[in-house]
Ligand binder design. Structure first.
Ligand code: TRP
Length: 344
């Protein structure tokens, strides 16, 4: 049996160029590179997509669109060890999450920084219980399949640690039920340090470019027209040093532009930096970034329009059939352990 690499990508809004470069492309590259040796589970956490309020009328189309985007980015759909599935099509996710809920403390969920950050933006009665126990469902996503490797960005490390905690907690109470994913430092070792890469918001380069950002002015969406993207880049916030230098702490705006330039050009960051550092025209840098972003988006959108939707649906259905088998087997063991089903 191959060890499993598993990851999810949220589908509640249009994908950004930040998601593409920081998450999607590394996932696609990883799937291409690792599928010979590992099983790669790539799933849409659709049940996680409305833990904060969304427009439900577009959710389904959004999910399919995200999958088309992955395909256009080169996801190897025809590889037998790459699986693509929708979380809500595998009912065991919800059922195992409920069981875990009853072994999870209010305190440990309340300490999750993602919960604290997201709930701080909402009034008390708009904070959903789903947002609160989001990590519990995430633990189920991982433990149902016994995944060893889960690429974790900074914002997900606590959730991975919780996944290990609940696995070990259940195992110590009920015997060997779950295979815990490896701890965070081992994940970083396995996936390499590119994991931490985050494209920043163009208007506020101290925070990450986020698809759930309300205004969208600092965010380049994969569906933006090249013209719209150029405009956003030309009005990106910079600094008043008047000299280009790559320094993510002191000059986050300029550094972000240099990063976008390097990534979209598929070039080494230090090479790009050497080309620009010491120059004084922020306008020229913005023009270069706008040009490369425009041609990237028009190429990508052309590829996207060629994607075969039927092929995606066939792949989803085949993966979901298989994943239901694995997930149901794990769920049954958990149900037996807690007394919901007779022991075999
Ligand atoms: N929480 C992840 C994110 O926001 C998405 C996710 C849900 C996930 N379940 C997962 C990632 C399980 C890895 C494993 O990006």
């Amino acid at each position: 049996m191959k060890q499993i690499i598993l990851t999810g990508i949220r589908a509640n809004n249009d994908l950004t160029i930040g998601n593409y470069l920081g998450a999607l492309l590394p996932i696609v590259d990883m799937a291409k590179k690792r599928a010979a040796e590992y099983q790669v589970n790539l799933f849409v956490p659709d049940l996680h997509s409305f833990t904060t309020p969304i427009d439900h009328s577009t959710l389904n189309a959004q999910i399919m669109q995200n999958l088309r985007i992955f395909t256009a980015a080169g996801l190897p759909l025809d590889h037998p060890d790459v699986h693509i599935y929708r979380q809500s099509y595998i009912p065991a996710h919800s059922e195992l999450a409920w069981i875990f809920d009853c072994f999870t403390g209010m305190g440990e969920m309340g300490r999750m920084t993602q919960y604290k950050d997201k709930s701080a933006k909402l009034s008390e009665d708009r904070i959903s219980v789903g947002l609160f126990n989001y990590p519990v469902l995430m633990a189920a996503d991982i433990l149902l399949y016994g995944a060893t490797y889960v690429p974790v960005g900074e914002d997900q490390t606590q959730h991975l640690e919780f996944t290990r905690d609940i696995a070990l907690r259940m195992n110590s109470q009920f015997g060997e039920l779950f295979t815990a994913p490896l701890p965070v430092p081992k994940q970083h070792e396995f996936f390499g340090k590119d994991q931490g890469l985050r494209i920043k918001d163009l208007q506020d380069p101290r925070k990450k470019m986020s698809k759930s950002d309300e205004s969208g002015k600092g965010v380049i969406f994969m569906s933006d027209t090249p013209e719209a993207a150029s405009k956003k880049i030309m009005s990106a916030a910079t600094d008043s040093y008047g000299e280009i230098r790559f320094d993510t702490k002191e000059r986050p705006g300029i550094s972000n532009l240099l990063q976008i330039l390097a990534l979209l050009g598929g070039r080494n960051q230090s090479v790009v930096n050497a080309e620009w550092e010491g120059k004084s025209s922020y306008g020229d840098l913005k023009k270069a970034v706008a040009a490369i972003a425009s041609s990237f988006l028009s190429d990508f959108q052309a590829r996207l329009s060629q994607v075969d939707g039927e092929q995606i649906i066939a792949k989803l259905e085949a993966s979901e059939r298989l994943m239901n088998e694995t997930a149901n087997a794990t769920l049954l063991r958990a149900q037996q352990a807690v007394g919901l089903r007779p022991k075999a």
